[in-house]
Design a protein around this ligand. Structure first.
Ligand SMILES: [Zn+2]
Length: 149
C-alpha cells in the first residue's frame, strides 16, 4: 500500500490486531522512505445477495442470470458476446445497488438490456418475467415497443 505522506510505493505492517469486535483487522503501517506511520482497516466485503419474490435470499450468481436469459435468446441472431455483456452490466448494477437486490430489479435490468439487443428476446423474457396472462398483455407490450421506435 502506498504511503499517504510521501507516496512511496510500499509500506510495511508493524502491528495487526482485531478491531470492531473481530469484524475488522486494524493494521499499523510504517513507510520505509519517510518513517511516517498510518492505520488501515481490513473488512470482509459484504456478500451480494438476491431476494426472491417468496422472500428467500440467495447469493448473486452471474451464471444464473445468464441461464435465465438463455431461453429468451434461443435461435435469435444475437451478436456474440452481447448477452455476456448484458450479464456483466447486470452484475455491475447489482454491485452498485447492493448488497441486497430483489429478483424483480434484476429482471428489470435484464429487460432493459434485452430491449437493446433483440426485440423478440425482449418479448419472450418479458412474457415470463411480467407473467403475461394472455395474448392481450403480449400485444400491449408489443405496441409499447413499437411506440418507442
Ligand atoms: Zn512515506
Amino acid at each position: 500500500m502506498h504511503c499517504p505522506f510521501c507516496d512511496a510505493p510500499d509500506t510495511r505492517v508493524v502491528d495487526s490486531r482485531p478491531a470492531e469486535g473481530g469484524e475488522a483487522i486494524r493494521r499499523r503501517r510504517e513507510c520505509p522512505e519517510c518513517g511516517n506511520r498510518f492505520t488501515t482497516y481490513e473488512r470482509r466485503e459484504a456478500a451480494l445477495v438476491v431476494r426472491k419474490r417468496n422472500g428467500t435470499v440467495q447469493p448473486f450468481s452471474a451464471a444464473k442470470v445468464l441461464r435465465g436469459v438463455s431461453f429468451a435468446i434461443a435461435d435469435r441472431p444475437v451478436p456474440p458476446g452481447a448477452v455476456e455483456g448484458l450479464v456483466r452490466d447486470v452484475e455491475m448494477l447489482a454491485q452498485e445497488n447492493g448488497p441486497e437486490i430483489s429478483s424483480d430489479q434484476i429482471g428489470q435490468w435484464v429487460l432493459q438490456g434485452l430491449r437493446r439487443i433483440d426485440q423478440v428476446a425482449y418479448l419472450r423474457f418479458a412474457s415470463v418475467y411480467k407473467g403475461f396472462a394472455g395474448t392481450r398483455d403480449f400485444q400491449q407490450e408489443l405496441a409499447a415497443l413499437e411506440d418507442r421506435e
